[in-house]
Write a protein that binds this ligand. Sequence first.
Ligand code: ZN
Length: 452
Amino acid sequence: MQTIWAETALLSSGWASDVRVDVDDAGRISAIETGVPATGQRVPMLLPAPVNVHSHAFQRAMAGLTEKRGPDPRDSFWTWRQLMFRFLDRLTPDHIEAITAFVQMEMLEAGYACNAEFHYLHHQPGGAAYDTLAETAHRVIAASEQTGIGLCLLPVLYQFGGCDGRDLGPGQIRFGNDLERYTALREDAGRLLNAPDANLGASPHSLRAVGREDLAQVAQLFPQGPIHMHLAEQRAEVTEVEAAWGARPVEWALQNMEIDSRWCMIHCTQMTSEETEALARSQAVAGLCPITESSLGDGIFDGIRWANAGGAMAVGSDSNIRIALAEELRTLDYSQRLRDGSRAAFASADKSTGRRLFDAVLEGGAQATQRQAGKLEVGAWADMLTLDTGSEHLWGRKDDTALDAWIFAGDDRLVRDVWSAGRHMVTGGQHRRRPEIVAAYKQTIDALKAAL
Ligand code: ZN
């Protein structure tokens, strides 16, 4: 058992002082007491640690390679995607494991306790299956065992190269499965998920990559666990879906799929006002990736309208070009301010901007991964982080204003300790296995550089 004592902690009931939190050997919070004398490990400020709801870990190794002007002067998401396809054609299972461990280490150091990995790189270069069908998914699991992060594994169903059902292009053949092989692969992946807090979901990649009939049935085919899907990310996608299926992506999804609280819709940056309100009411979580959406020029999620309609939301680092929790939240709020000419966009009558965003992504992230977490409460997984209130960035700030100072004035270097389901993986701001994880990552980058 571990005992942590915090000067201040953000409990489900709000801020509290002199808080003792007991964590049992299974990794769950077993007791919380407030107003008690210091005991156990003393920390200044204790917060629940959120879930990172969207990641393609391997893309981390491409960061910095896609900022030059491409051959197409209107360089866009689509030219970025071409480089991504070329890059991933070089990746071996060993590379995938090393990059994923590095990504998960960075997530933990940023304050995330769980990685929802939207995993679609399934097969060998050329498209043949590995001897073990879920080989690469097993490498993601191995990485999570090394890093100690909570894992929500989301094997991805990817069938077609576009809405017209065309064959996969050369860059996509490592992703492809028909429904039968996908079902087998997903089961094989789940076999090695041994951590008690790990779980398995299902992920139709997008409306572009999965057949209409299968999309309509996904919820019945996989009756347990979360379901994640990319939706309405790029304008070209809206045009393609509209031309092929006669409706805009969100419109089509709402009309043809059984969307409820099991779903997490990733991006949703291309929605009309009506679509925003209707999708918010469906109880699906919006999985937002503001840093990647900025990087790729996807568009701006209509967050204020979504929140006012009661929509749930969470954040993820998607392309992993930069893994930064505070910055993800800041970018989300700033995107609304830039569009609307507003300030403190997400602030409400009773909560500051930072507090409202943080509360929202804690709750949304737990819902989107069906993880019993996101709050400091007896029975929940001990997903927790501490902030360094002795830092000049937080000096003199308290409670909600400390959260605001972290998110808008500071950065994730203020995160000192992180626990995932009781596994105390980050201390003093650094992952316990940082040296070996970084060394393996650098070796991988060297090998890939030679091949690119
Ligand atoms: Zn994505």
